[in-house]
Write a protein that binds this ligand. Structure first.
Ligand code: PNW
Length: 471
């Protein structure tokens, strides 16, 4: 018997959800098939200078045509759950009106395939591919977009709600608002900080309105909001650095958490924003703070910040010409904290995940937590025999899973973990140059090969846990 198939040292609860995640625009391709409309990403990638090497996701990894094989591969890895997103312009090509049956049909077939293989489908309604027609009408800075999103959510939930139990609304409103409308690194590429605050608010409002609409349709659906959280450290104990850390924590973490879970924006953040703080109307926060069945957390890294100007404008340095995403706190510098980094230059720090999970448990009303994304870009080594070696990714995921286990031991209601990503895919402004997959994709042939990390993850799922750091 292989010793490693023995009981793991760190055993997870038997109902712990073991999953992997993707998003529609990053994997589907087939951007003109099935009556799909144009999204802001289709437009954005065609503008010069937006994506490294001018790449786009017209084909991506062709998941639209290969979904059956992809689900079979998921089953072979023993995944318990698969988190994917629905492309809004497949459902409503212009962002309004009745559902495009062909678009819904693709997701029905995907869901049926998953269920037939015993894999639990987790649907994300919005992973950044806004119908272009809605951007033309003002985009997320326009309040109307929130209402349109609720209509769209109801169409998808009406069609899939009988088979899909776990839903989330907007993936990472921070990214959608601030990379899309303040720094311009992501679609639609606008650099309008004050408008970005409206976008952030309307993305949260969209979440709340969608939850209302879905709850009106069925009572057994589990719904979560999804936020990307970072651990934040001041570079020194100086007043300026402490203020920088408070500001970045405010915009990145508390702005979204307080709105979703406490029904109020943090007072200090509103104060920092001054005249840019006028985005919320009476009653909006009650809509945003609907009771949730879970909170989905995407965690990648820790930021170290300084109040001394002159450093990098953000930790996740953009590959393209872009502004600061930190509305009202543009003077904050992002400095290296001295930890090893991934191929994105993001520092590796699983202690930051522990910090976030225990903080949520301590400072926010109790809600079950799920890690909906965690993972890393590294350069894979493809051996002559075709096997793919990514020990760094395996170690990254193992370290973060150990942290998850420790958090559960400490009483944190963490109920699942989704690795980002199931497969290599289109990494937004970075194009295909950064690989996050557990499964390697040859972009020329579309051949998928599970990497060392995928095989290790499969074994971890089978064992229901892993060993300590000596594994
Ligand atoms: C998340 N940042 O994106 C997304 O949910 C995924 O679609 C993406 O592929 C993954 O993380 C890896 O990047 C982020 O600049 C993109 O802070 C950028 C940032 C954070 C998250």
């Amino acid at each position: 018997q292989d010793a490693r198939i023995q009981a793991p040292e760190l055993v997870f609860p038997t109902d712990f959800v073991w999953g992997a995640a993707t998003s529609a625009y990053q994997i589907e391709g087939a951007v003109t098939s099935g009556g799909r409309g144009v999204s802001i990403w289709d437009t954005f990638v065609r503008q010069p200078g937006r994506v490294v090497n001018g790449e786009n996701a017209d084909v991506a990894i062709d998941h639209y045509h290969r979904y059956r094989d992809d689900v079979e591969m998921m089953a072979s890895l023993g995944l318990g759950a698969y988190r994917f997103s629905v492309s809004w312009p497949r459902i409503q090509p212009d962002g309004t009106g009745p559902a495009n049956a062909e678009g819904l049909d693709f997701y029905k077939r995907l869901v049926d395939e998953l269920l037939a293989r015993g894999i639990d489908p987790w649907v994300t309604l919005y992973h950044w591919d806004l119908p272009q027609a809605l951007e033309d009408a003002g985009g997320w800075p326009s309040r109307e977009t929130s209402a349109r999103f609720a209509d769209y959510a109801a169409l998808v939930h009406d069609a899939l709600g009988d088979r899909v139990r776990n839903w989330s609304t907007v993936n990472e409103p921070w990214c959608a608002a601030f990379l899309g409308y303040a720094s311009g690194e992501h679609a639609p590429g606008r650099r309008e900080p004050a408008q970005a605050m409206y976008a952030a608010h309307h993305l949260l409002l969209a979440h709340g309105l969608a939850v209302e609409a879905m709850r009106a349709q069925r009572s057994d659906t589990r719904i979560g909001g999804c936020v990307n959280l970072y651990a934040i450290s001041p570079q020194t104990g100086s007043e300026a650095d402490l203020d920088a850390a408070r500001r970045i924590d405010g915009l990145q973490n508390r702005f979204f958490l307080d709105a979703l879970l406490k029904g109020a924006y943090p007072a200090d953040v509103l104060e920092d924003l001054g005249e840019m703080a006028g985005f919320a109307r009476e009653g909006d926060l009650a809509v945003i703070a609907q009771p949730l069945d879970m909170l989905l957390i995407n965690y990648y890294s820790r930021f170290t910040v300084s109040g001394k100007p002159g450093g990098a404008a953000s930790a996740a340095a953009a590959p393209t010409d872009s502004g600061s995403p930190w509305v009202g706190s543009e003077h904050v510098s992002f400095v290296q904290g001295g930890r090893p980094v991934t191929a994105m230059g993001w520092e590796i720090d699983d202690s930051g995940l522990y910090e976030i999970l225990t903080r949520l448990h301590r400072e926010y009303p109790a809600v079950p937590l799920v890690i909906s994304e965690n993972g890393a870009a590294f350069d894979d080594v493809v051996a002559a025999d075709g096997t793919v070696h990514d020990g760094e990714r395996r170690d990254y995921i193992a370290a973060h899973l150990r942290t998850c286990h420790a958090a559960i031991q400490a009483g944190v209601p963490l109920t699942g973990y989704f690795a980002w990503s199931l497969m290599d895919n289109f990494e937004w402004a970075w194009g295909y140059g950064k690989r996050f997959g557990l499964v390697h994709v040859d972009y020329g042939t579309q051949v998928r090969v599970p990497k060392e990390s995928a095989l290790w993850y499969a074994e971890t799922i089978r064992r229901g846990g892993l060993n300590g750091p000596a594994e």
